[in-house]
Design a protein around this ligand. Structure first.
Ligand SMILES: [Zn+2]
Length: 317
């Protein structure tokens, strides 16, 4: 489903030029691209911008594990320590789609050529070594689909949901993103993985808390054992929500960073922690998609654009 939030582009641009922040503190080895210049000049940091949960790992690009053999993608340092988990945050690089979807677009609903999207998906599937790449029709809701061992329900035509959970090794779970959060949940005790598409509507509906509870219910996962990672998405620098009084619950107010701007990464951390996930088990990529359209797609920045992939899979023994 297309995000129907309509940013006021002109005003947003003005705000960016005046009051900018990029969440990456380091740009070493990566092109500056369309990063906001005034951040570099004024020297503001993500910390100044968002003091919430300072003890949760919030990475810069150079802290993430960069892998560019084949398709350029990133991995989370802590999740990478999990031997039975394969995961990847793909970028827009390494695919076959042309502008404005260049190049690793996985979104089938953005008017890119279906044949090219299929080729991109095949590359991602090969990259993570999945027997099958499972996705859903994302609808900005709060529902999860569960794929179990023994059930043959890896449907040809995907169902509507925003979270996928499985205990089946070799099946890659994938969500498609352009500013929304791709969140990976992994239980090393029960060997169960979940991948969530969480935009601001997902936060409002607390899809993260609900997915944790679903993992608990379906697979007896202990929330305290879960590992969570929040992928590149709209950062506090660019998370502007005009009229938020009407659609954000009261408890989001404490994650407001300035007038109309919110830190949805902090909202997600808070929701995960409320669901029982330990602070020390959460990591945030700390990369804002709207600031880094050189690497990721951003619906807010670009409007007509592609979708990048976050994927996770239980490793086949
Ligand atoms: Zn930003």
């Amino acid at each position: 489903m297309t995000d129907t939030y309509e940013p006021r582009q002109v005003r947003e641009e003005a705000a960016v030029n005046k009051n900018v922040c990029v969440v990456t503190e380091s740009i070493s080895g990566l092109p500056v691209g369309r990063m906001c210049r005034s951040w570099l000049e004024e020297g503001c940091t993500a910390k100044d911008f968002s003091p919430f949960f300072p003890d949760i790992s919030r990475y810069t690009l150079s802290n993430l594990i960069r892998q560019d053999d084949g398709l350029l993608h990133f991995c989370f340092p802590k999740l990478s320590e999990q031997d039975n988990l394969v995961h990847a945050v793909f970028t827009r690089e390494g695919g076959v789609s042309g502008e404005p979807f260049a190049s690793l677009n996985v979104g089938a609903s953005v008017h890119d050529s279906p044949a090219l999207v299929q080729q991109n998906l095949a590359r991602i599937q090969a990259c993570i070594g999945a027997e099958e790449l499972v996705q859903v029709n994302q609808v900005h809701g709060d529902d999860a689909v569960v794929f179990r061992k023994g059930s043959a329900v890896f449907a040809e035509s995907p169902c509507s949901a925003d979270a996928l959970i499985t205990n089946v090794p070799g099946r890659g779970l994938m969500v498609k993103l352009a500013d929304c959060q791709g969140v990976i949940l992994y239980d090393p005790e029960k060997n169960v993985v979940g991948v969530v598409h969480c935009g601001w509507r997902g936060n409002v509906q607390n899809i993260l808390g609900k997915t944790v509870r679903r993992m608990e219910k379906e697979f007896f996962c202990r929330p305290a054992a879960l590992r969570a990672a929040i992928g590149p998405s709209l950062g506090p620098c660019c998370g502007e929500f005009q009229g938020h009084e009407r659609y954000f619950p009261e408890e989001f107010r404490r994650f407001q960073v300035r007038e109309n701007f919110f830190d949805l990464w902090a909202v997600s951390c808070s929701q995960l922690m409320q669901a029982g996930v330990a602070k020390t088990h959460i990591e945030i990529s700390g990369i804002c998609t709207r600031c880094r359209t050189d690497l990721f797609y951003s619906y807010r920045k670009e409007g007509k654009t592609g979708r990048f992939a976050v994927a996770a899979m239980l490793r086949k023994p």
